[in-house]
Write a protein that binds this ligand. Structure first.
Ligand code: SF4
Length: 369
């Protein structure tokens, strides 16, 4: 820095210092990220490399802290000495940090910043997930009420949304947290890219207002390790002309198989429904089969098979990964083929991603399944 620094140099130096002083443990499972990509948490905890935050991203984080200070000061004026910041919520599955806990009225406030284009989607599903986890693991025991306060960045307006505890949200979130826990403790392997994720769609990447791409800090690791760009990976070679028809046929066959599978799934479900109904009727009549002029159909109960849930035993502390280490065996799993459709490579990240209605629908269907 020159002897007489400019304001933006001071700002950047401040952001760097703020980044270095980040009080959050990168190796903790965060309740705040449970509604997002579960693979992302496992990559962070397992220390996989990610793109460094851009100055723009650091500025956005800083603005978030700045606004949180302001919101805390509003509550502090109302309840002097009664505002607790970053209250830790320890759970068996991970750690949460409540932004503001207004002790005198047992009220928790989650502070967020967002853009005007997101207003129609507020409150965002993943923020509702986060606050519901806080209520489930901590707030309900204090008879707490809760709200999410959004600062709209372009205007400085503040919108608040009360959050009512929804117990139906909790089981799938705990399932996600458990999967993360097993991945980072026992498997020591990141979770796979979730079904339905795409390199050119949120939350992996998204378009900014200026038309350029923003992307998750692990985008290269997730998509380019699997899908290297030709100029970066010499082992991907242009297809020789004689292989083009083979590649075309391979893609067509893959599509046909996917189409048949899509047809097959509801048929299998219907067959299962019929079998369930027949089985219930047979059980009520103590019969084992039904005869028609064409033949007879029997239902034979399979002998129960004994299995051990090793992952649950590890989670409960009955077994440790060290105890199991001598019994580990690697099995060759053959090869897998994946088609990587050509898409534009997203550029550097900067702004908050939108929470699209498609994403909300995906989360809802995850919960429903
Ligand atoms: S790039 Fe996509 S799949 Fe990979 S960690 Fe980020 S959000 Fe998850």
């Amino acid at each position: 820095m020159s002897e007489r620094p400019t304001t933006d140099q001071l700002h950047r130096a401040f952001l760097e210092a703020e980044r270095a002083a980040n009080p959050f443990d990168p190796h903790e499972i965060r309740l705040s990220a449970t509604g997002g990509c579960p693979r992302q948490q496992t990559l962070r905890i397992l220390d996989f490399p990610h793109d460094p935050e851009t100055p723009e991203q650091l500025s956005i984080f800083h603005a978030g802290h700045y606004w949180e200070d302001y919101l805390a000061s509003l509550w502090e004026q109302q309840f002097p000495g009664g505002v607790n910041r970053q209250v830790t919520v320890d759970t068996p599955y991970g750690t949460g940090h409540i932004d503001l806990w207004i002790e005198p009225i047992h009220h928790l406030v989650e502070c967020k910043t967002t853009t005007a284009s997101n207003v129609a989607h507020l409150p965002l599903e993943e923020h509702l997930d986060q606050v519901n986890l806080y209520l489930h693991f901590w707030g309900n025991a204090q008879q707490a009420t809760a709200e999410i306060a959004y600062v709209i960045k372009e205007t400085g307006n503040i919108l608040t949304f009360p959050v009512t505890y929804d117990p139906d949200r909790i089981p799938p979130l705990i399932e996600t947290l458990q999967a993360i826990q097993v991945a980072v403790t026992f498997d020591q392997t990141p979770l796979p890219i979730p079904d339905g994720y795409h390199p050119a769609q949120f939350p992996c990447s998204w378009r900014k207002k200026d038309g350029s791409w923003a992307h998750c800090g692990y985008w290269r690791l997730c998509w380019q390790a699997d899908r290297p760009l030709p100029d970066e990976e010499e082992s991907i070679v242009p297809a020789p002309a004689e292989w083009l028809p083979v590649l075309t046929e391979w893609q067509e066959l893959s599509q046909h198989i996917a189409d048949y599978k899509a047809i097959l799934k509801p048929l299998e479900q219907r067959k299962k429904d019929l079998e369930d109904a027949l089985q219930a009727w047979l059980a009520s009549t103590h019969a084992q089969g039904l005869a028609t002029a064409e033949g007879f159909l029997t239902c034979t109960e399979k002998k129960p098979s004994l299995t051990y849930d090793v992952k649950a035993a590890l989670k409960d502390g009955v077994l440790t990964a060290d105890q199991l280490a001598p019994y580990q065996k690697w099995r060759a799993n053959g090869v897998s083929w994946t088609w990587h459709p050509a898409v534009a490579e997203p550029q550097a990240a900067s702004d908050s991603p939108p929470d699209t209605s498609a994403q909300k629908a995906r989360r809802r269907s995850r919960r429903a399944s």
